[in-house]
Design a protein around this ligand. Structure first.
Ligand code: SDX
Length: 429
């Protein structure tokens, strides 16, 4: 017998069903609330509101659990590759060898952006932030693949669009970097695996081939896995919202990139490194910055700390912190900002302000330290997050389309002026 809740309103009783997921999460299904009572719910920022039923990612913020399609993030980060995890997220199961080989081959075959897109970069200022540039270029792909605009009709265009997005994103990212350096672009090289190819396009120059070290490519692959999906976060909800209007997939992903750019979301990884550098330049006075973060009159926040859902350690932060030690050790790099980050974490986690608000390091707190050790410039950090999150966005969009979800259209409570008569211009004071 499924549970219900009773609402008593204006002397009348209303009953609403409790829906329960496979991990015992429960929600009140209020889909009939307004029709029956005239009421809506109000939950600014949707802190207590579910937007969909999904089989892709499960996270338990209290326990610090994260699973993609039932597999623990710790196992996937240790034992799988990013493209294997991308396949898992998009299609629901780990691929067989032949499925993975076909997926990898198709991505390689669809990774060269149209010449018109590459030429657009020649007109983009070198100092432009890569997130804004790639959001624009991904949206512009619709112009070169017009059938992709209506995938509800052109269903045979869905997979080529998915292959192009996963194949082209790292190419566009590397080309953005070359554009910022006013350096010649390097084309993808099919002999490399996904991450080595990205590193090659980033750091090779004509005539001088960059030899990707396995430890660097493996560290990057792990970071991409850790960022691949995170249920209904801000940018994923954006992708689903845009997709719910039947907009094309390139437009949805472009919107997701733009949402991720914000410093409260994916933009935090760049802010963390800039914060750590500021603390280093200020003599490493960590306690001073912890106090600033606690001061309500100070806009300073401990970037990379806190999370809407995790009220325990973000499991990804634990894995990245361990990987940072490993990668820097193997590369023989000593980065003082890593020590500052550890000190910041140590002090904050003993401080009542952070303890009472359950503020822990999140995925962005240590990731920038590894990106920097791999030679990736800080302006590219959030774009690395976008490359990682792309298969998750695609999987969530695909699920929403398959669920035939109605267009997203929340309600509101109006608090503006009541009806008033128009005042002619000449009479306004
Ligand atoms: C990501 O949703 C996802 O899954 C996102 C993500 C993903 O994979 O997609 O995990 C990726 O976006 C991680 C978060 C990256 N952002 C940051 O690191 C920016 C710093 N963090 C904060 O801005 C904040 O913690 C958020 C935005 C992450 C969460 O904000 P909430 O849930 O709206 O919480 P809140 O702002 O209401 O904070 C609750 C309290 C407040 O204090 P009080 O008003 O109760 O006194 O905690 C305080 C906040 O002032 N607080 C912080 C803080 N984060 C929250 N105080 C100092 N430093 C911080 N970082």
């Amino acid at each position: 017998m499924s549970q219900t809740v009773e609402l008593i309103y204006e002397g009348k009783s209303y009953t609403y069903p409790i829906k329960e997921g496979t991990e015992n999460e429960k929600a009140i299904d209020i889909s009939k609330l307004r029709d029956e009572t005239g009421l809506i719910t109000m939950d600014v920022g949707y802190k207590n509101t579910g937007s969909t039923y999904s089989s892709i990612t499960f996270l338990d913020g209290e326990q610090g659990i994260l699973r993609y399609r039932g597999y623990d993030i710790e196992e996937l980060a240790e034992k799988a590759t990013f493209l294997e995890v991308s396949y898992l997220l998009i299609f629901g199961d780990l691929p067989t060898q032949s499925q993975l080989s076909h997926f990898e081959e198709q991505i390689k075959a669809h990774s060269l952006p149209p010449e018109g897109i590459v030429k657009m970069l020649d007109h983009i200022p070198s100092e432009a932030h890569p997130m804004g540039v790639v959001a624009a270029l991904v949206s512009a792909l619709t112009a070169f693949y017009p059938k992709s605009w209506d995938l509800s009709v052109n269903k045979d265009e869905i997979m080529p669009t998915i292959y192009r997005l996963i194949g082209m994103m790292p190419v566009l990212a590397a080309m953005c970097y070359k554009n910022s350096m006013k350096a010649p672009k390097i084309m993808p090289n099919p002999k490399y695996d996904y991450c080595s190819n990205f590193l090659n396009m980033m750091f090779s120059t004509p005539g001088i081939l960059y030899t990707p070290y396995p430890v660097v490519a493996q560290a990057l692959d792990k970071l991409l896995i850790l960022h691949a999906d995170h249920e209904q976060n801000c940018s994923t909800s954006t992708v689903r919202t845009v997709g719910s209007s039947q907009a094309g997939l390139y437009s949805c992903i472009s919107a997701g990139i733009s949402a991720l750019w914000g410093k409260s979301h994916g933009g935090a990884n760049q802010e963390v490194i800039e914060m750590l550098e500021q603390i280093k330049a200020d003599g490493g006075n960590v306690a001073k910055y912890v106090e600033m973060a606690k001061d309500k009159n100070n806009s300073f926040r401990l970037m990379g700390f806190g999370h809407r859902v995790y009220k325990n350690f973000d499991p990804r932060a634990k894995i990245i912190k361990k990987a940072a030690d490993e990668v820097l050790g193997k590369l023989g790099i000593s980065d003082p900002t890593l020590e500052i980050a550890k000190k910041l974490e140590e002090i904050a986690l003993k401080d009542e302000y952070f303890i009472s608000r359950k503020l822990f390091p999140n995925v962005d707190f240590y990731s920038g330290i590894i990106y920097r050790a791999l030679g990736i410039p800080v302006e590219m950090f959030t774009l690395m997050f976008a490359i990682g999150r792309l298969p998750g966005w695609i999987a969530q969009w695909k699920e929403m389309i398959e669920q035939k979800q109605a267009i997203v259209r929340p309600r509101q409570i109006y608090i503006g002026p009541k009806q008033r008569a128009f005042v002619p211009l000449a009479e306004r004071k």
